[in-house]
Design a protein around this ligand. Structure first.
Ligand SMILES: NC(=O)c1ccc[n+]([C@@H]2O[C@H](COP(=O)([O-])OP(=O)(O)OC[C@H]3O[C@@H](n4cnc5c(N)ncnc54)[C@H](O)[C@@H]3O)[C@@H](O)[C@H]2O)c1
Length: 395
């Protein structure tokens, strides 16, 4: 497939490294950057046949089959509108919009134009995430009760992220979008996100937006998706996920501790891993960063979906639902109350079964718990179904 890349910055290069690595078939034939020199440098680095400082020219180019949007958040909608106008398939980086209203407009443009809209949510494609999701879907940890997703680092690398009018917010919109979608995948995309409670503050940086936040998303079946995001965290990029179910637990560390540790006095290369902060002492490099961050699996799903005429794992609709949850998080941070997730378009289940259902021990009792104590005795705690009395038996 022939790709037009919009943007030549940080994520455009990560995407290009993934797309052009390992003899992949899909190639960036054109790159747009508002700065003609940067467009030319990117084209030379990645052997692109065409480069331009006119966005519409890259999209409308007769060879362009699919457009990848790797622009600042305030430019996503403009770029999607041009893709719809020229009927080119579009893959947009996260967050889809700065608000759900913006994301919904983008989703409608794509659907009305009959083009493919893929949401580039890479952290839902990491090898660890994909394997965990498969285990959860096979029932390996029972019914999901609680997810916890954390992304924290010392802050982003470009000026526009720190300007709320361009970015749409701070750590919540930038990092919370990943955490919310990770939780939503584990809990089930069919289950409606109902309300959000969020704390947010600006603790370190002189900005209008939040640089630290923690939130809880409550779903219709009673499950809770917890997110923890920060631009104040020191010591690298902390990317961790947890899923707790009635029959098991999953813990994932995606970046800071991947089993690769190195000591250096610092006499050598400066780059260790994204946002690593240090290049001396004990270091935690990442073997194949693009892979650990999910980019190759993400693009494979996107291009396979276009070829096969199916929806990808992450769609514009998903991006819009994530934005709606984040909008509620912002309202909650201001009101300090639970705030409803407003979803004018909802395509999942209207009602979801609550995650209740007690384990029956026999006709008379529920089983609360059974445990082998340090002295070797097994203790069983039961509840009488009729009287409600709780009893324990030592075996
Ligand atoms: N894991 C991920 O998926 C991930 C990681 C980083 C960034 N992103 C997303 O990628 C997008 C770009 O972020 P980045 O880190 O590459 O930022 P960046 O600043 O490195 O690059 C931004 C690009 O947008 C262009 N741009 C900015 N303002 C523009 C304007 N007004 N008109 C035209 N072009 C403009 C810049 O010239 C540059 O090419 C953002 O939406 C960000 O949230 C995603």
């Amino acid at each position: 497939m022939k790709i037009a890349m919009l943007g030549s910055g940080f994520i455009a290069r990560f995407y290009a490294d993934s797309l052009h690595a390992q003899r992949r078939r899909d190639v960036i034939h054109s790159v747009y950057s508002r700065n003609a020199e940067k467009a030319a440098r990117f084209a030379s680095d990645y052997a692109c046949a065409h480069h331009t400082s006119d966005m519409e020219e890259a999209i409308a180019h007769p060879d362009t089959e699919v457009v990848v949007i790797a622009l600042s958040n305030d430019m996503h909608e403009t770029a999607v509108a041009l893709c719809a106008r020229h009927r080119k398939h579009v893959l947009c980086t996260k967050p889809l919009g700065r608000t759900a209203e913006e994301a919904l407009r983008m989703m409608r443009m794509v659907e009305e134009a009959g083009i493919f809209g893929g949401y580039l949510e890479d952290l839902c494609y990491t090898p660890k995430f994909l394997k965990s999701l498969a285990s959860v879907k096979q029932g390996g940890i029972g019914r999901v009760l609680w997810t916890r997703s954390r992304e924290a680092h010392p802050g982003p690398h470009s000026d526009w992220f720190w300007d709320k009018s361009k970015s749409g917010g701070g750590a919540i919109i930038d990092l919370g979008c990943h955490c919310v979608e990770i939780g939503r995948n584990f809990i089930g995309k069919d289950v409606r996100p109902v309300e959000v409670m969020c704390w947010a503050d600006t603790q370190v940086h002189p900005i209008d937006a939040e640089d630290h936040a923690v939130g809880l998303v409550r779903y219709a079946n009673g499950a809770i998706g917890q997110f923890e995001v920060s631009w104040c965290f020191r010591g690298g990029m902390d990317l961790r996920d947890e899923v707790a179910g009635t029959e098991g637990t999953i813990w994932m560390n995606n970046f800071l501790r991947t089993g690769f540790e190195m000591f250096s006095t610092g006499k050598g290369g400066d780059y260790v891993a994204e946002k690593a902060e240090a290049n001396t002492g004990w270091l935690f490099p990442v073997g194949d960063e693009a892979h650990e961050l999910g980019y190759p699996h993400m693009f494979t799903d996107m291009f396979d979906s276009i070829d096969q005429g199916r929806q990808p794992q992450e769609t514009f609709y998903d991006g819009y639902v994530v934005n709606a949850i984040l909008d509620a998080a912002y309202r909650s941070a201001a009101s300090k109350k639970w705030e409803t997730v407003e979803l004018p378009v909802w395509r999942g289940a209207e009602a979801s079964e609550a995650i209740r259902g007690y384990t029956s021990f026999d006709d008379k009792y529920y089983l609360i718990k059974e445990e082998v104590l340090p002295n070797g005795v097994t203790k069983r705690i039961l509840k009488d179904k009729q009287s409600g009395e709780v009893e324990s038996v030592e075996l």
